[in-house]
Every structure is written in structure tokens, then in C-alpha cells.
Design a protein around this ligand. Structure first.
Ligand code: ADE
Ligand code: ZN
Length: 317
């Protein structure tokens, strides 16, 4: 497959495969709750976003050193290249690591070094988007932004992730204002489990240039008009939406409707080690469910390039 896709919504911690969990736990002397991969695998059944996040944060405890983050990113880049990804804008959750005593600089240097070296070998360019973990206090988000800006590692943008409902984007208005002033791009998870009001706030209060997920935007016709007229990119993650029960099945996913409405949608894997696959697996699931012809995939690939920050221009004017 040609490397003509940009992956714009993938959490590096969500690429932590079970084999690497056991490998890193052994290397770092960390005791796991499960004796083996088969036992761990039984826990990959999720009721909702929170039930996934509980396991996601538990598993990432095995990541402690710069080398761990390097190896994690290297493995993702090699796999993404086989999926046709030529460029990635990688989400990282520095607060989830600093809370365990792993400094943001350690995390970012490992990810950045892999993007630089393994990215070049694999033919994948990339950048880092540091995400605010929205169910942690605002002061922690501000400290994270300070750490990230002070790390000396080049950063593409600031994002917003973790448990959505009860944590509206407006809580972090000042943090995102500081990020914009520092020249960072701004994106936000919204409309995954939260309603359209979360998407409005991400756009109007945070100045988000892309909306991550955004599938619940369809409940609000005025929001759909806004997203369509301004061609604001939505980074949609079909397998994630099914596994976290945001939609009942892949066949009932609103992606075809979003395309019909003229929305600028892109396809992404979110947390591929947890949700049944990488970008190519998401594309295959869509092909099987909807029988999309090659033109649709060409549109989706072109959207991903247009929505990326490669050009240096904002994804929306
Ligand atoms: N962090 C990792 N995956 C996420 C998702 N799907 N939604 C919100 N936060 C996340
Ligand atoms: Zn996500």
C-alpha cells in the first residue's frame, strides 16, 4: 500500500501491545496483576470509555525509561509503515507518567528520538501532540505545559483527552490560550461520549483546529453546518467507537452519513493495541461493512493530508 495516509489520532500509550507489557515489566522489575498474556487478554472487553481508560493507565505503568518510550514508538512506526502511514501526529499523555515519577522530558525524548531515527528508516515523518489529561486538575495541566515547553523537545501541539463527560473543554481555556500563544497547534477530543456542547466549546473556547472523534456532532444540525462550512477536520476512529460502545456496530457507524454531509473526516486507530487494529485494520473494517469503492478511500486519504499540520498552516483558517 502506498504511504499516502496521515494518522492524526493515535495515542502512543495505546500502541502498547501485551507482549511489550510483559517484556517491559520484566525489564523494569514491575509486578503485573495478570500472570500471562492470555489472562491479560480476558480484560480487553470494554463497557465504555472509562472501563478502557482504567486498563490503559494500569498497563502503562510498565513504561519507565526513555528507552521504553523509544521502543514503544519504534514498534508503532514500523507497524504504521506497513499500514500505509507516511506521516503521524502522535498523542502523548505526559501527566499519566509524571504522576508516577517519570518526567515529561524522559517521555518526550524517547518518542522524539524514535520519530527521528526509526521514522526516517521506515519512511514515516511525524510530530508530537502532548495531551491534557482532562480528569486531572487544571494546575496539573498547566504544569505539564510548562514541562513540555521547557523540555527542549520540539512539540507540534496541545490536545485534550481522557474521561470526557464531566470535564468540559472550558475548564482548560487558559491552558490552551497559553499553548496557542506559544505557537502550538490545538486539537481536542470532543463528541466521543460527550454531547455536541463539548464540540462547540472545543472550537469556540479552546480554538481547536481539529476535533478528535466528534461523532456526536451529528445530533446538532447547527454544529454540522459549522463543521461543514469551515471544513473543520474530524479524526474519526471506527474500531475504537465500536469497542468502547459509542456505536453499536461497525455497520451502524455514522461515517457514511458524515461523508454524505460533506464533513472533512479522517480515519485513525486511536489505541490500536486495545481496539483490534491499526489504520489498515480500520480501513478494512470500513470496506467490509460499507463496500466503499477506491474513490472513497482516496477522499479519506486526501482529507488526512489536508487535515495534518505538515504544511505548517493551520488545519482550518
Ligand atoms: N486516551 C486514550 N484513548 C482515548 C480515547 N479514545 N478517548 C479519550 N481519551 C483517550
Ligand atoms: Zn483518542
Amino acid at each position: 500500500m502506498a504511504s499516502d495516509w496521515c494518522e492524526l489520532h493515535v495515542h502512543i500509550e495505546g500502541t502498547l501491545e501485551p507482549a511489550m507489557i510483559f517484556d517491559r515489566a520484566r525489564a523494569n522489575g514491575i509486578e503485573l496483576a495478570d500472570p500471562d498474556e492470555a489472562s491479560l487478554a480476558l480484560r480487553y472487553e470494554f463497557r465504555d470509555l472509562q472501563s478502557f481508560l482504567d486498563l490503559y493507565y494500569e498497563n502503562m505503568r510498565v513504561l519507565r525509561t526513555e528507552a521504553d518510550f523509544y521502543e514503544l514508538t519504534a514498534a508503532y512506526l514500523r507497524r504504521a509503515a506497513t499500514a500505509g502511514v507516511g506521516h503521524v501526529e502522535l498523542f502523548v499523555d505526559p501527566q499519566a507518567h509524571s504522576a508516577r515519577g517519570v518526567p515529561a522530558g524522559t517521555v518526550l525524548r524517547g518518542v522524539h528520538r524514535a520519530l527521528d531515527t526509526v521514522g526516517a528508516e521506515a519512511g514515516v515523518t511525524g510530530g508530537i501532540i502532548a495531551c491534557v489529561v482532562r480528569d486531572q486538575p487544571v494546575a496539573s495541566a498547566d504544569a505539564m505545559l510548562d514541562d513540555v515547553l521547557g523540555s527542549g523537545v520540539p512539540i507540534l501541539g496541545l490536545g485534550l483527552d481522557s474521561a470526557e463527560v464531566g470535564y468540559p473543554p472550558s475548564l482548560f481555556a487558559r491552558t490552551f490560550e497559553r499553548a496557542r500563544d506559544a505557537g502550538l497547534h490545538v486539537v481536542a477530543h470532543a463528541g466521543e461520549e460527550g454531547g455536541p456542547d463539548y464540540v462547540w466549546e472545543a472550537l469556540d473556547v479552546l480554538g481547536a483546529e481539529r476535533i478528535d472523534h466528534g461523532i456526536r456532532s451529528l445530533e446538532d444540525p447547527a454544529l454540522v453546518r459549522r463543521l461543514g462550512s469551515e471544513q473543520i477536520p474530524l479524526t474519526v476512529c471506527p474500531l475504537s467507537n465500536v469497542r468502547l460502545r459509542a456505536v453499536p456496530s461497525i455497520e451502524e457507524h455514522p461515517l457514511p452519513k458524515m461523508l454524505d454531509l460533506g464533513l472533512k473526516v479522517t480515519i485513525n486507530s486511536d489505541d490500536p493495541a486495545y481496539f483490534g487494529g491499526y489504520l489498515d485494520d480500520n480501513l478494512e473494517a470500513l470496506r467490509d461493512a460499507f463496500g466503499f469503492d477506491p474513490d472513497v478511500f482516496r477522499t479519506l486519504a486526501a482529507n488526512s493530508v489536508a487535515a495534518s499540520f505538515i504544511s505548517g498552516a493551520p488545519a482550518r483558517a
